[in-house]
Design a protein around this ligand. Structure first.
Ligand code: NAG
Ligand code: NAG
Ligand code: NAG
Ligand code: NAG
Ligand code: NAG
Ligand code: NAG
Ligand code: NAG
Ligand code: NAG
Ligand code: NAG
Length: 823
């Protein structure tokens, strides 16, 4: 009895201490538990192993020469061998070249292929276990059956000839290598791209394949050089990667919590270094912004915007405003597909949309691709996903899961079909997300909705208080009954919709004056008076909030330098504002127009500057409510018959009570080029941010140049930088618009420029307030020296890189950036 036990024990010990390494498995040579099959130069090793703290044994492949056991492939994933130490395990080649795993003589797993004659199995240095027949023809290889690890040279995709699919599935847990329900592999339909799926639902999408890089999934850091091999033809679609530096080991894994991760092991290292991991953050979640939406992340929250806010609008604005992005966006102007009239708008540097519903051809020029798309009404967009060849990819559905990529990522361009009326200023929009106005949305964590409500109610509540004084007290319930009492309290003429329809000849395009903040503006004749009608975009409930705000606040404001609101109209979906008509339209149509700007001699310009200053002073100080305009710019200054300026578009104004002069806003709204740095960057707005915009406006009026888009070729300065340079060289006078040099009064010009510079100083506290400004413009006294202005350019704005979504705690406000189109 005792003897037997000692015999068994010593067998066991002998067995362990004489582990054998073999190079080949053949008819005559098999592998038993404890022995290993090693690759030619001993990089990898195949053998039996128990996963972490498990009783079960599995056949697997791992790296031979690193101290951390890292299994890259498992044969019998869901057929473990239990009671390992007492089972007799063998891996051998059996008849017909099948590689079989046996426990106690019964077959647990096999290679499931056949060949004639003698076959051999070898482990290659890339980690591939290969069974070849006597003619060295590959009959089976482990690379055809990936588990949770993608090694260099291993393929993902499909082999149509053999009906084989290559994809990753993670282990269920670190103890159980059985496949879980997750997969990472190429899509079945359309142009190939990888998708991470849980069962049928998509979790993350890698973006259409490309040879040079893998958009959206640059799995590898820049310090490592990878080569991608993409094969797309009738017999195969596959994607593989290779590492150029052989001293570094690399692998990509998919783990059970749906994380794809790439790892590197540098020679002489002690652990795997994670390189990058996907999905990374909320924006990578599949289709989070739905059709034509794009996601940005900042601090802690993710937010969606339409791909291009000039041409797309949220399908359901109300839901969108409450961070429900599920409706996605729709084209502002629906496609009609009149033959040949439509065109395309280019968006650059994007993660191309879901390619499931696509058609492609691997050898077509972009021009051929364009005309192919144009002639088919259901073609929504085209692109070449792979810059290394001429691929034509056409989309036949709405575009889902698009993402504007960080600026330096060199992503592909996409050309999206648009109605002809949307194509006008295409050039302005070339370059994707860069040349857009941004609209910053600041959400105090967790109180988004409450914040919005408070924002829109400030004005109303104060009015209500006044009202209460008169009527001897208002019931709380009355205040709660929002929209109803607002309408009753408006004290503003209301017009019937039909009257407005008549007045504007049913909003005839001939009567359209332009496009305001939240909808088009029409000219009309009402009771023999000319009026301007602003029709709020029907899709826009954001406009609805602005609308209410504007109506209630602005109806109280009367000043000769403010546009007068004559009345309003609310009927069903329709919300209209009726203003006095300004025959000379807006200031920008004069000062930036080479021929029309001649009309504006210096005296007129100086009057306009002073008029705007007075209007603004009224808003800031003299009106009963303190109003910060927040979107002061040339196109919001209208001119009457005598060229008197009138500030318009109070839709964005917020009013404050008493001595509140600064606040953080729930939504930062404004136009790039006029936004003060503290407002654009931190969402802090105050009367001083209006002063900043005023300063920009002054410099534009003097120079006849737009701040936004002005670039001095010699030194790349923007307008502000240019003015500052001239000022410091005592050459301010050179700024003057050549069209008014004759009429100019040099002292007034220089004074105006100096006041402008004082208004655009970086630090809000350094800027004068509007009553100082009016004094400075009107006197001949000495002016203070301006400090360097803010040279904020679009690049400096926090159009947050979606990949830097880390939040380091603290009580920071949360920024969300929404892009709205340029006007
Ligand atoms: C193999 O046989 C041993 C002893 O008879 C037993 O303990 C073990 O469970 C068997 N293994 C399998 C996989 O059947
Ligand atoms: C491999 O095995 C599966 C089931 O285990 C079987 O359906 C399939 O036909 C086999 N393939 C070959 C080539 O033997
Ligand atoms: C297979 O291998 C055995 C033993 O190594 C050898 O005798 C036999 O000739 C081989 N058969 C073929 C077809 O090569
Ligand atoms: C194995 O288990 C130990 C303790 O149970 C744990 O610390 C370790 O992280 C596990 N390793 C893996 C690869 O799961
Ligand atoms: C597809 O590409 C692979 C790899 O380049 C090649 O071996 C195969 O012959 C090609 N098939 C066709 C139908 O072109
Ligand atoms: C999967 O990978 C992620 C990222 O490295 C890690 O946070 C997570 O814990 C992993 N999950 C498991 C089950 O190992
Ligand atoms: C569209 O116009 C092209 C050329 O002008 C013509 O070949 C094509 O048949 C037209 N298609 C339709 C649907 O009218
Ligand atoms: C792809 O386009 C080229 C050029 O127009 C054409 O010669 C080729 O037949 C097309 N291939 C397919 C599969 O349509
Ligand atoms: C447009 O493309 C779709 C999808 O490829 C196709 O089904 C349809 O027949 C095409 N229509 C025309 C007019 O070519």
């Amino acid at each position: 009895m005792e003897g037997t036990l000692i015999f068994v024990l010593s067998l066991f010990v002998l067995h362990k201490s004489f582990a054998v390494e073999i190079k080949t498995i053949s008819n005559s040579r098999f592998l038993t538990d404890g022995d290993t099959l090693v690759s030619t130069t001993r990089v990898f090793e195949l053998g039996f192993f128990p996963p972490n703290s498990s009783e079960n044994r599995y056949l697997g492949i791992w790296y031979k020469n690193i101290p951390v056991r890292t299994v890259v492939w498992v044969a019998n994933r869901d057929r473990p061998v239990p009671g390992a130490s007492t089972s007799m395990l063998e891996l051998k080649i059996i008849d017909q070249g099948i590689l079989g795993l046996f426990a106690n003589i019964s077959m647990i797993w096999s290679s499931n292929t056949t060949s004639t004659g003698n076959a051999t199995a070898k482990l290659h240095d890339n980690g591939n276990l290969v069974v070849t027949d006597q003619d060295e023809k590959v009959v089976w290889q482990s690379f055809d059956y990936p588990t949770d690890t993608l090694l260099p040279g291993m393929k993902l995709g499909r082999d149509y000839l053999r009906g084989k699919e290559w994809y990753l599935t993670p282990w269920k847990s670190s103890q159980d290598p059985a496949p879980s329900g997750l997969t990472w592999g190429a899509d079945r339909l359309g142009y190939p791209e990888n998708k991470l799926r849980q069962g049928d639902s998509i979790i993350f999408r890698g973006g259409p394949w490309a040879n040079q890089r893998f958009p959206g999934v640059s799995v590898f850091s820049r310090s490592l050089t990878f080569r991608y091999d993409v094969i797309i033809n009738e017999s195969e679609v596959s994607f593989a990667y290779n590492l150029e530096d052989n001293s570094i080991l690399s692998r990509v894994t998919l783990n059970s919590t749906a994380q794809l991760e790439s790892w590197a092991w540098v020679e002489g290292g002690t652990e795997w270094r994670p390189v990058v991991s996907f999905p990374r953050g909320a924006c990578d979640k599949y289709n989070i912004c739905n059709a034509y939406g794009t996601c940005s992340i900042n601090m802690i929250q993710q937010s969606c915007t339409c791909l291009d806010a000039r041409r797309f609008v949220p399908k359901n604005q109300k839901a969108w405003d409450t961070a429900d992005w599920s409706g996605g966006c729709i084209r502002r102007t629906a496609l009609k597909c009149k033959n040949g009239t439509e065109g395309f708008i280019k968006y650059s540097n994007v993660k191309l949309p879901d390619a499931e519903n696509t058609w492609f051809n691997m050898s077509m020029t972009l021009e051929e691709c364009r005309s192919k798309c144009l002639t088919n009404c259901s073609c929504m967009a085209y692109a070449n996903p792979d810059k290394s060849r001429s691929v034509c990819l056409l989309w036949f559905s709405d575009l889902f899961d698009i993402q504007i990529l960080p600026e330096d990522s060199g992503g592909p361009d996409i050309f999206v079909r648009m109605a002809s009326s949307e194509l006008d200023s295409q050039s302005e929009n070339q370059g994707g997300g860069n040349s857009k106005i941004i609209l910053l949305v600041i959400i105090l964590p967790g109180v988004l909705f409450i914040g919005l409500i408070i924002g829109t109610w400030l004005c109303y509540a104060r009015r209500k208080k006044n009202h209460a004084k008169l009527t001897g007290g208002a019931e709380a319930g009355e205040i709660m009954n929002a929209s109803k009492s607002q309408e009753e309290d408006m004290e503003l003429p209301t017009f019937s919709f039909s009257a407005i329809v008549n007045a504007t000849a049913n909003f005839s395009p001939d009567n359209k004056l332009g496009e305001g903040g939240f909808g088009p503006v029409y000219k009309g004749m009402l009771e023999e008076k000319e009026i301007a009608v602003k029709r709020l975009s029907r899709h826009s409930s954001q406009g609805l909030n602005e609308f209410k705000n504007e109506v209630i606040c602005i109806s109280k404001l009367q000043h000769r330098n403010l546009v007068k609101l004559l009345g309003c109209c609310i009927q069903g979906d329709e919300k209209l504002l009726i203003y006095e008509y300004m025959p000379n339209k807006s200031l920008d149509s004069f000062i930036f127009d080479d021929t029309k700007s001649v009309v504006l001699d210096w005296e007129t310009r100086f009057n306009i500057i002073k008029g705007i200053a007075r209007g603004l002073l009224y808003l800031h100080q003299d009106s009963r409510l303190r109003i910060i305009h927040r979107d002061l710019k040339a196109s919001n200054i209208l001119l009457d018959l005598d060229m008197n300026p009138k500030i318009s578009d109070f839709g964005l104004a917020r009013s404050f009570g008493g001595n509140e002069t600064q606040a953080n806003t729930q939504r930062v709204v404004g136009t790039y080029g006029y936004m003060a740095p503290e407002y654009a960057l931190d969402g802090v707005f105050s009367i001083k941010s209006d002063v900043f915009s005023f300063g920009v406006l002054v410099l534009e009026i003097v120079s006849g140049k737009r701040n936004r888009g002005f670039i001095k070729p010699e030194n790349g300065d923007n307008l502000m930088g240019h003015v500052w340079m001239l000022y410091n060289e005592d050459r301010s006078i050179e700024l003057i618009d050549p069209n008014c040099t004759k009429s100019c009064d040099p002292l007034e010009v220089i004074r105006s420029i100096k006041v402008g510079l004082l208004c655009v100083q970086q630090n809000a506290a350094d800027r004068p307030n509007m009553s100082n400004v009016i004094m400075m413009l009107g006197s001949e006294s000495e002016l203070p020296e301006p400090k360097q202005p803010s040279f904020l350019t679009e690049k400096d704005l926090p159009v947050v890189n979606y990949s830097t979504g880390t939040y380091t705690g603290g009580s920071m406000k949360n920024f969300t950036i929404t892009e709205v189109g340029a006007r």
